[in-house]
Design a protein around this ligand. Structure first.
Ligand code: S0N
Length: 275
């Protein structure tokens, strides 16, 4: 695939993000370069709207999340909008709605790739952690700054982080709140690949292309299974929902519905049993 052929087509216009589609690949890009792509309540609302579209459109196979420009992926919550008890939207109600977006990424039955193009800090670091895969440019910087700025993420940002890089390293990241280079992040298993910044989109799209040729149901189930172990009852519900989907596709399941509608007893005995 030649980068000159890439033709991102806008799906919907927003204020804080850009949202594109090209050949079944969608791209959600935080567009607030003045503050290193920090997210405010409205940014997150837009991202949630975009990812809901990704869920509902069958012509979208895979989602890339990234930040505008060459310096930053995302610097976390917009500290200038942080009030008492959360981040303040136009209604003045304090929220931490980024958690809802993290959940959307985990729940999406399609692969999500973080294309990290610079600073990935605080809630903007958790943002790449919750994605299925991370491809980072060589100028990227990774950090959890909570203990420096008076916050912490005890959810995916710590427990899932620790599953990825180990308990000791996760504690180091949080307790010291220092910055790590892309190479250090690669060495600790925090990212899947590091590439020169100018190759970042091309390599990410190459990975997308490979994944697009894989079985969508297989990808969906493996994502669910990997999540289920960590996500407790919620993860099991998601996995079970997909198991039900697959059962609905069988003749045995159809027989139950048809018998009800035809007001007869179902005959399940005619179906093959598997060991
Ligand atoms: C990215 C950094 C390292 C860049 O440093 P540099 O190059 O020196 O630039 P600056 O001069 O610092 O920045 C340029 C302008 O951008 C503004 N800015 C940068 N980041 C933010 C931000 N997050 N919010 C608001 N503004 C930001 C600067 O202020 C500056 O503006 P001007 O020119 O007007 O002065 C460096 O900027 C940096 O470290 N930034 C991030 C700092 C930070 O506090 N991040 C937020 C951390 N917290 C969260 O993300 C928590 C939110 C959260 O998501 C969460 C989730 C789940 C559960 C809990 C939480 C939680 O609350 O922790």
């Amino acid at each position: 695939m030649d980068s000159s052929n890439i033709n991102w087509i806008p799906i919907k216009t927003y204020k804080d993000i850009r949202f594109f589609l090209w050949k079944g690949i969608s791209k959600i890009e935080i567009n607030r370069p003045k503050c290193h792509n920090a997210f405010r309540v409205e940014t997150v609302e837009e991202m949630i709207d975009a990812i809901n579209i990704c869920k509902n459109r069958t012509d979208i196979d895979i989602v890339i999340i990234t930040g505008y420009g060459k310096k930053s992926f995302c610097s976390g919550g917009d500290q200038k909008t942080r009030g008492l008890g959360g981040y303040l939207g136009k209604d003045g109600i304090p929220r931490l709605n980024i958690l809802d977006f993290y959940k959307k990424i985990r729940e999406l039955p399609k692969p999500v790739i973080a294309m990290v193009n610079g600073y990935s800090i605080g809630g903007g670091h958790v943002l790449h952690v919750v994605c299925d895969l991370t491809i980072a440019s060589d100028n990227s910087i990774f950090s959890q700054v909570g203990p420096k700025v008076g916050s912490f993420d005890g959810g995916f940002g710590s427990s899932y982080l620790a599953r990825i890089i180990g308990q000791k390293k996760a504690r180091e990241m949080w307790f010291l709140s220092r910055q790590y280079s892309a190479q250090e992040a690669f060495q600790m298993g925090l990212v899947n690949k590091v590439v020169p910044l100018q190759d970042l989109e091309q390599v990410t799209l190459n990975w997308c292309k490979i994944i697009q040729n894989r079985s969508p149901m297989s990808l969906r189930m493996i994502k669910r299974c990997l999540n289920a172990e960590l996500d407790g009852q919620h993860g099991l519900m998601q996995l079970a929902g997909d198991a039900t989907l697959m059962f609905y596709l069988t003749e045995e399941s159809q027989e139950g519905k048809n018998a009800f509608l035809e007001k007869r007893h179902p005959n399940f005995r005619k179906f093959k049993k598997f060991l």
